[in-house]
Each structure stands twice: as structure tokens, then as C-alpha cells.
Design a protein around this ligand. Structure first.
Ligand code: NAG
Ligand code: NAG
Ligand code: NAG
Length: 403
């Protein structure tokens, strides 16, 4: 019965979009990598046996979330949503990895991914790579008791085998060690480098601004970062959602003619996209006076609930359209309502989560059914179906960092 309802809903939506002239271009997203289960390049068969027998590795509990690319390396994060995740930051080599069930190699090492000491990488959802090859990593999934380490921002030098460049621990008034959820980030190469980070915490949601030069972080909290009740109900595959999920997607524009950049963000269960100039929020004095709120701008209405968003060097924003099993594209210079669906496939694109750009003009999106993993009440499936896919398509542009 549920299934029938869902199919009708799906075709209604599809019909609706056809009427509005959407879906007229096929961007040809193809499957680049796919997994039934995640598995790793273990140091030895004995290590693998030990990890299985001690439940350090529970294959069905591992789900990939964040993806980013540097040269031939594809980085994949695996947040510790559940037990049995042996590494939270991993890499595969695009030149040699197999396309089906490629093994993941912990990055920069197995020991750096150890959960037993707080200097190690604990639970990572997202990362970004700046134009110098420094990876900015948010180690801040703190929605369970699997780690008690405070959330942190970690900078690794990808040109030096992931050498640790810097680590910054967030105080609890910025992100909670119990209940914080550093979700996604963008970086800006200005005044020594800034990161803008969404904290999807159900307790204290907001956007964190981090200045590398000042080595300080501050947090923006605003109603625009909360969920909207009208967007709380939607369905993906066989699961109906009735949740309030705050600020999640975050994207940075290329430079405007004034040399400024605009930050875009949205709550997961919301239909409103917001923006703010980064020069407003980089000034901590504006935070203290509250005057920054005058610059928060509602941009328009989104096509559906979205998770990850990303902008390329030509000012095109890409959206993950969760209940539509697809990807939308909008040029920042046009009205948001002109968003086009450039991909839709309910078979391969079950919960498109986030994006990555390579240097050769390909846009990647990961689809990971993350709702089956993140909710402790759900049971991850054990079967031979493909569960995770990285899809790619040629767009001919690079990320916002190069625009
Ligand atoms: C995981 O990979 C190792 C090689 O690193 C292999 O020996 C093992 O059989 C694999 N396990 C599963 C469940 O695929
Ligand atoms: C974490 O542990 C604390 C204290 O034992 C408990 O109150 C809390 O409910 C736990 N949280 C989760 C998400 O399990
Ligand atoms: C969603 O949850 C709210 C509060 O928990 C409840 O009042 C409402 O009836 C629910 N809606 C649906 C469609 O399940």
C-alpha cells in the first residue's frame, strides 16, 4: 500500500515538472563508483580478522558521506554514526581503483583514524580542499556517544602525505561535544583563510565562522537557519520523514564584480534558500551587535528539500533534490524559481547527499541512503544490493574556489 502511494506521488511530481518545462536536458550522470559494502585496505589478513572478531569493523554499518577530489585522489568520509567504523577519513586512487566495491584506504593513516585518542580523527562528515592543496576537515559529528572528544577543525597538507598543518578545537559554546553536528563547509581564500561551517545540531544549530589568521571561531544563530514546518514531511524510497532538520547545505559563490563572495545556506527541512555577504560575517563586531542579521537575504523557494549544495566557478549552484531523487541546477544571476532538474533517477539516486568537483570539469554527487545509517533506530540493510553510488557528469567548470 505504501509502495503504491509512493509511486503515484512520484509520478505526480514528475508530471508537474514536465509541465513547467523542466527535465529538458539530460546531463548524463553516469555511475563512477558503487558499493554493496564499504571495505578497507587492511594492513594484513590478521588485522582484518581481528577487526571483524572485535566488531571494530561491522561491514553493514559503514556508509560514505563526504566526497572531495584532489588530483587523482578521491577522498571519502565515513561518519561514525554507528559502531564498527574502523576509519572516518579515507581515500581511493582514481587511476587504479575498481569501479565496483573499491577498497578505501584510511587517510592519512590507520593510526590517525584511531578513535581512542582525541588527537585522532573521530567522526567526519565533510571536508574541503583549498587551492593550495590543504584539506580543511570538520571532525564534529557528535550526535551519539561513540566519541567524547570535542569537535575540531583539522588542516592536512595533501601535497605532503596528509601532514598535520593545524588543529583547532571548538569550545562547547561554538559546537557541542554532545549534540553538535558539524555538517558541511566551504572555505574562502581571503585575509589568511576563512571557513564557514554549518552546525546541524538539533540543540544549537547555526553557522560557524573560523578565521585561520585570528585562530578564532564565532557562531551565527538566526531563524533563517531553523527548519520550516511546511517542509517537514517528505518521503524517500520506502521511508516517510516528519522531522525538523536545521541548517545543513552551504555553498560559496565565485567572486562578484566587487571581489566579494556570497554565502548561501538552507535548512534540510526548509523550502527557503538564504544568502549573506561573507564580508559581513567575517567581522566579529557585527556578530556582537547583531547587525549582521540585516544582511540575511531570502533568495527564493527551493524545488524540494535539499541536503548538499555546491557552486561552480561559473556561478551555477547544484542542489541535491531528496524526494525527487535528483540534482537541480540554478545560475545565481537568475531567479531561483528557474532551477532546472538536470538529473533524476529513483533507482540510482536514493538520497543524493553532497558534491565534489575535479579539476577536469566533472561534477560528482554521492547517493548514500544515509537515513538508513544515521538514525540509531534503523537497521542497516544486509543484502547484495548496491547501496552507495558516486555519479559523475561533465560540466566543463571547476569549483567556486576557482571563480
Ligand atoms: C575486505 O577486504 C579484505 C582485503 O583488504 C578482504 O580480505 C576481505 O575478504 C574483504 N571483506 C569483505 C567482507 O569484503
Ligand atoms: C549519551 O550518554 C549520556 C550519559 O550516559 C546519555 O544521557 C545520553 O542519552 C546518551 N546519548 C545518546 C545519543 O546515546
Ligand atoms: C508530524 O509530527 C507532528 C509532531 O510530532 C505531528 O503533529 C504531525 O501530525 C505529524 N504529521 C504527519 C503527516 O505525520
Amino acid at each position: 500500500m505504501l509502495c503504491v502511494l509512493r509511486v503515484v506521488f512520484y509520478f505526480n511530481v514528475l508530471f508537474c515538472y514536465c509541465c513547467h518545462g523542466y527535465f529538458n536536458e539530460n546531463y548524463g550522470f553516469g555511475i563512477e563508483y558503487q558499493w554493496v559494502y564499504l571495505n578497507y585496505t587492511w594492513p594484513s589478513p590478521a588485522h582484518y580478522q581481528w577487526a571483524i572478531s572485535t566488531k571494530t569493523y561491522i561491514p553493514q554499518n559503514n556508509a560514505p558521506v563526504g566526497i572531495k577530489i584532489y588530483r587523482n585522489l578521491l577522498f571519502v568520509s565515513i561518519p561514525r554514526f554507528r559502531e564498527g567504523i574502523p576509519a572516518t577519513l579515507t581515500v581511493l586512487d582514481r587511476l587504479t581503483a575498481s569501479r565496483t566495491n573499491p577498497l578505501l584506504t584510511p587517510y592519512p593513516s590507520w593510526s590517525a583514524n584511531g578513535i581512542s585518542n582525541c588527537h585522532g580523527l573521530q567522526s567526519i562528515q565533510s571536508m574541503e580542499v583549498d587551492t593550495r592543496g590543504i584539506m580543511w576537515i570538520i571532525d564534529g559529528v557528535r550526535i551519539n556517544n561513540l566519541t567524547t572528544c570535542p569537535p575540531k577543525l583539522v588542516l592536512l597538507d595533501l601535497n605532503n602525505d596528509g601532514r598535520l598543518v593545524h588543529s583547532y578545537v571548538f569550545k562547547p559554546e561554538i559546537s557541542l561535544g554532545q549534540g553538535g553536528f558539524l555538517n558541511d563547509l566551504v572555505v574562502e581564500d581571503v585575509d589568511g583563510g576563512y571557513a564557514y561551517i554549518t552546525d546541524n545540531s538539533g540543540i544549537d544549530p547555526g553557522i560557524i565562522v573560523y578565521s585561520r589568521r585570528k585562530n578564532r571561531a564565532w557562531k551565527l544563530r538566526d531563524g533563517s537557519m531553523f527548519a520550516e514546518r511546511r517542509a517537514s514531511n517528505f518521503a524517500v524510497a520506502d521511508v516517510a520523514f516528519n522531522n525538523s532538520v536545521p541548517v545543513d547545505g552551504i555553498a560559496l559563490s565565485p567572486k562578484t564584480i566587487n571581489g566579494e563572495r556570497i554565502l548561501y545556506y538552507c535548512a534540510l527541512t526548509s523550502f527557503t534558500l538564504y544568502s549573506i555577504l561573507t564580508n559581513v560575517i567575517r567581522d566579529e563586531d557585527n556578530l556582537n551587535s547583531g547587525s549582521w542579521r540585516n544582511f540575511v537575504t531570502p533568495v527564493g523557494t527551493l524545488t524540494s528539500q535539499v541536503d548538499g549544495i555546491a557552486i561552480d566557478s561559473q556561478a551555477n549552484m547544484y542542489f541535491t533534490l531528496l524526494p525527487l531523487y535528483g540534482v537541480g541546477r540554478w545560475n545565481l544571476n537568475d531567479p531561483l524559481e528557474s532551477t532546472q532538474m538536470i538529473h533524476q533517477d529513483p533507482r540510482t539516486t536514493i538520497w543524493p547527499d553532497g558534491f565534489a568537483f575535479d579539476q577536469e570539469g566533472v561534477l560528482y554527487v554521492i547517493s548514500n541512503q544515509v537515513f538508513r545509517y544515521i538514525d540509531p533506530r534503523s537497521t542497516p540493510p544486509i543484502n547484495s544490493n548496491v547501496k552507495f553510488r558516486i555519479l559523475g557528469t561533465f560540466i566543463g567548470t571547476r569549483s567556486y574556489l576557482y571563480g
